[in-house]
Design a protein around this ligand. Structure first.
Ligand code: 87F
Length: 582
């Protein structure tokens, strides 16, 4: 391996502030350039401030801006294109669409109402579904003592550097520093131990909606990797493994529905490898999404069976029906505001955000188009009555009657914010008793008679939701490459693919793949064993043996004499970056 290559790798590992969204392609020969290329979050701040100031300028623009000049005059458009500079595009979209405001603490972001509306929709769905499963909401404190936090050492060990501590009140040092919860196993389980006595206390199923803090040092990114984020964390205890197993999958199915039915993002359900699972648990299942622009997989949500590990540590025992002492079986599960970041990345385009109708705070925006000499009052009245009709039918509709902005400016503004459908009402529409609708997803326009407004809007919104999912699925599916040999594997990684490869479930191979891909392109890691398994081709030359043949690792061969081969998604996770310096 060339020295500069090794150096680049160690830099990647050490670099606390490497910004991931400067990624745009796989590099193998331009290593020197890559080293230079790591941009710290701090160095990106001026860019973010610039984006924000652009946005402020936009809101004070002239009302007389002519249609064609709207973008130029108001600065409403995006500076970066999604396919050309994905990282900058993302940073710009989340700010310009009014989802995020940057904050003066790195890795912390203000979630604006446009974001919170999406979060609340997901929360309402999930909360209702878990209540049907008899899960109760509770709230445990934000703080945890060191003693309690350290109780399950194996679990906390790897995560310790990310724990944030409160050490002072006013000017005085606290007697004992107090940690801020990074997750709540250790906060909750002492009370599980107290509350669970006999089999009649089981199952105990609690959930909390809260914030957690993980003081990450690598590349903070809005929604995807932030130091404080919102999530729900479910923690449950059962008398039997069977009940725990069943719940793990029921929750995973709800996570799939959040992504596929609400956010219109296809996900793969599966089980994590031993190396990638939550170390404190028994097994981990997940839903995995894919970001075509980066060629990276992203863990969407996890549902863990914790087995009896925590029950041993926290003495969560109960008397079973036979009067014997037994340990409970536990699960924990979570999804976070990361879901929203994945949605932005998957659906957003060069006009800005693109919201699936099911999660949009505004599904239909009604814009008056009063040409010169038109009866403005009548047009405004038609806009109001359209909104009223739609709201009465249960749609999230609003009008934009501001007089200090031109229709063209409003079109760009609501397109940037990702509103799925726009209704324009002008003099001609008024005369013909119709409205003009324009879809955000494909720009298709249609004139709709006022008489059939509700049915037509309903159909179009359903069609947009479906179209977003189908388009995302087509792109995802086109990014999946089934490989049989190491050469195919490397070629697919170079091509930003998500790889489906038969694998013998041996950790050595998994680590070996990581090491070797680090040496060649970055590092590939397993995402999951998909539950939905494709059939292995006849006479399959398995991935492990072809790996070994191509690299002559004869001493390892004995490890792979196994007929138990699984397909696993393996995906490039750590990538080299194309550089951008501010
Ligand atoms: C960071 C600092 C301290 C992840 C951490 O996935 C502890 C942790 O335990 C930590 N980062 N984790 C794993 C969280 C596991 C689990 N917790 C409940 C979940 C679902 C919800």
């Amino acid at each position: 391996m060339p020295t500069q290559f090794k150096d680049a790798l160690s830099l990647i590992k050490r670099s606390e502030f490497a910004h991931p969204f400067l990624i745009s392609s796989v590099l193998s020969s331009e290593i020197t350039a890559v080293i230079v290329g790591f941009a710290s979050f701090t160095s990106l701040l001026p860019a973010f401030r610039w984006v924000a100031s652009q946005h402020r300028m936009a809101t004070t623009s002239s009302k007389n801006a002519r249609k064609k000049e709207v973008k130029k005059e108001t600065g409403l458009g995006l500076t970066y294109k999604k396919d050309e500079n994905f990282g900058e595009w993302y940073s710009e979209v989340v700010v310009n669409s009014e989802m995020i405001e940057y904050y003066d603490i790195s890795g912390c972001y203000i979630l604006r109402p446009w974001t919170m509306a999406i979060w609340e929709t997901l929360e309402a769905f999930f909360d209702l579904e878990i209540k049907k499963m008899n899960v109760k909401n509770a709230y445990f404190p934000l703080f945890v003592t060191e003693n309690v936090l350290q109780k399950e050492k194996d679990h906390i060990e790897g995560f310790a550097p990310e724990v944030a501590w409160v050490t002072k009140s006013g000017q005085s040092d606290l007697e004992i520093p107090i940690a801020i919860r990074p997750t709540s196993e250790t906060v909750m389980y002492p009370y599980f131990s107290k509350w669970i006595r006999g089999h009649r206390d089981l199952p105990l199923k609690l959930n909390q909606w809260c914030n957690v803090v993980r003081w990450e040092f690598s590349h903070p990114t809005p929604f995807i990797r932030s130091r404080e984020f919102l999530w729900q964390e479910g923690h449950t205890a059962f008398a039997t493994k069977e009940e725990a197993d069943k719940e793990v999958l029921e929750i995973l199915e709800l996570y799939r529905r959040i992504y596929e039915e609400y956010l219109a993002i296809p996900v793969i359900k599966g089980k994590k490898s031993e190396l990638e699972k939550f170390a404190g648990g028994f097994y981990t299942t997940s839903v995995e999404a894919f970001i075509p622009n980066t060629g990276r997989g992203i863990q969407g949500a996890t549902s863990h069976c914790l087995g009896q590990n925590f029950a041993k540590m926290f003495e969560i025992d109960f008397e079973n029906e036979k009067g014997e002492k037994a340990k409970v079986w536990q699960n924990s599960w979570a999804y976070s505001t990361r879901t929203i970041g994945v949605m932005v990345m998957v659906h957003g385009d060069d006009k800005g955000l693109l919201l699936p109708p099911k999660v949009a705070a505004v599904q239909v925006i009604v814009v008056p188009v009063p040409y010169k000499d038109a009866d403005t009052q009548a047009i405004f009245a038609a806009c109001s009555s359209t909104v009223q009709t739609l709201q009465a039918a249960g749609f999230k509709a609003e009008h934009d009657l501001r007089e200090n902005y031109s229709p063209g400016w409003k079109y760009s503004h609501w397109e940037m914010k990702g509103v799925p459908l726009r209704i324009e009402i002008g003099p001609k529409d008024l005369a013909n008793n119709q409205v003009r609708v324009v879809r955000r997803d494909n720009g298709v326009k249609a004139d709709i008679p006022v008489a059939s407004l509700v049915e037509k809007i309903k159909d179009i919104l359903i069609s947009i939701q479906e179209n977003l999912f189908n388009t995302a699925k087509q792109k995802r599916d086109a990014s999946v490459k089934v490989v049989q040999t190491w050469d195919e594997f490397i070629a697919a990684l170079n091509d930003k693919k998500m790889i489906l490869a038969p694998w013998c479930d041996e950790e050595e191979v998994e680590k070996d793949v990581k090491t070797r891909t680090k040496g060649e392109l970055g590092a590939a890691k397993t995402l999951c064993t998909p539950f939905d398994q494709p059939r292995l081709p006849e006479g399959n030359s398995n991935f492990c043996s072809s790996l070994l043949q191509s690299h002559n690792f004869n001493d390892l061969i004995d490890h792979f004499v196994s007929s138990d081969f699984f397909y696993r998604f393996i995906c490039l996770k750590i990538f080299f970056f194309v550089f951008k310096i501010f």
